[in-house]
Design a protein around this ligand. Structure first.
Ligand code: GAL
Length: 406
């Protein structure tokens, strides 16, 4: 990331260097230097120190990605000091591309995405997008708040899914690029969701901030406020395949989730209300297991979910909360969150027809999601942690996905 002050520092250093050379060529000893020359040498030493603190190679590029709902859509590329790239768009506050090396240093994009805005508008709605106001399902698209029933848009009959058909994944967010010297830049997307949008009460201001650090951490911070009492559950729906997006399925990936319980579901994928211990079930990922190892077990929850598509009740006691490792590439994700749950979804509804970057086919079970969240259907489940958002009490949350190799 080039800063104007960096240019100034470099020009100043050049000036001092020229003077220094003059001193050296005239073979002056320290005693023969005048006060001006001594000050110049001191300033040179200090300035070269300052210059090293500036992020030399971090780059941000903001390009036009089209137009939707009368608003400009951008593609923003972040290249960290390691040369690893994350691309974002304000359409759906979406992660478009995430490129990190494997154990041999070979870089590849490991998240699902499309190359054009048009493809986003016509393709799978949830590749890398932010989902809200309510991530996952609300039973029968209904809930009651302070004695009043609210009816939501039904887009996954008989339920509402991911905030409804016009959820936040499909909105054009406002974009701000926040650059502070020596700090990793922040991309802030904000969206003002009108009162009764998709049937939800309250005008909600949502902010999602992304930062991509030199340690290959994608940090996602959420902040939402409402002017009326409402319900809220916001997450990011990125699909990962550590072999590279489009390189087959994720059944050989190894997964750890620090969750001693999960929320079993009914045939409509609505939680039954039970918090079931994972111990002795194919849902025990408290120590690492290959995803494909038990996925076809004769276990009712795997049948109801068509595989893994469940909310895990995080213990929230240790970090990371989840880990994904792919042995061939050596790539590793460590995921840490302050949320009480994570939806582990392994792409059971992908039909192998979607083509993304470079025409790569995103296969059935070709990607996995770790959607940090409150539990599905919480507005209808009095024993689940509350998802009620009250005016004057902002919802704030943070999730970090750290990428490395081992
Ligand atoms: C997941 C959800 C799945 C499916 C998917 C979108 O979050 O758990 O059941 O709806 O989103 O295709």
């Amino acid at each position: 990331m080039r800063q104007p002050q960096q240019d100034f520092i470099e020009i100043t250093i050049m000036f001092f260097l020229i003077n220094l050379m003059e001193i050296l060529f005239t073979h002056k000893t320290m005693k023969q230097l005048n006060i001006k020359q001594i000050l110049m040498i001191a300033a040179l030493i200090i300035l070269s120190g300052c210059n090293q603190e500036v992020n030399e190679d971090y780059m941000i590029k903001k390009e036009n990605f089209g137009e939707q709902d009368g608003k400009e859509v951008f593609l923003i590329s972040l290249v960290n000091n390691e040369g690893n790239v994350v691309k974002l768009t304000n359409y759906g506050a979406t992660v478009v591309w995430l490129e990190v090396p494997d154990k041999n240093g070979e870089k590849d994009n490991i998240t699902f995405g499309y190359e054009t805005l048009e493809a986003y508008l016509n393709g799978d709605p949830y590749f890398g997008s932010v989902v809200g106001r309510y991530a996952n399902r609300i039973a029968d698209g209904k809930f009651t708040l302070d004695g009043k029933e609210y009816n939501l848009a039904i887009n996954n009959p008989p339920n509402t899914l991911h905030g409804g058909p016009g959820g936040w994944h499909s909105r054009v967010w406002d974009t701000e690029i926040i650059e502070n010297n020596d700090e990793v830049p922040i991309i802030r997307f904000s969206y003002l969701s009108p009162d009764m949008e998709e049937g939800y009460p309250g005008e909600v201001r949502a902010e999602v901030q992304y930062s991509w650090t030199d340690d290959n951490e994608l940090i996602i911070e959420y902040k939402c406020t409402s002017d009326k009492k409402t319900v809220l559950n916001i997450t990011n729906h990125a699909y990962f395949n550590l072999k590279g997006a489009g390189n087959g399925d994720i059944l050989g990936h190894e997964l750890m989730i620090a969750a001693s319980k999960f929320t079993p579901v009914d045939e409509n994928l609505i939680p039954t209300g039970e918090l079931k211990p994972v111990e002795g079930t194919p849902f025990d990922f408290t120590s690492p297991h290959i995803i494909g190892e038990r996925i076809d077990d004769d276990y009712d929850q795997l049948k109801l979910g068509r595989g893994y598509d469940h909310n895990f009740v995080l213990d929230n006691k240790t970090e990371p909360d989840a880990m994904v490792y792919e042995p061939e590439s050596g790539r590793l994700i460590e995921m840490t969150t302050d949320q009480p749950g994570v939806q582990f979804y392994c792409g059971n509804f992908l039909d192998g027809l979607e083509k993304g970057h470079g025409g790569m086919v995103y296969a059935y079970r070709g990607g996995l999601c770790l959607e940090t969240q409150h539990y599905p259907d919480s507005p209808n489940q009095p024993d689940f942690p509350s998802t009620v958002l009250e005016p004057g009490k902002p919802f704030e949350s943070r999730t970090v996905y750290k990428f490395s190799v081992k």
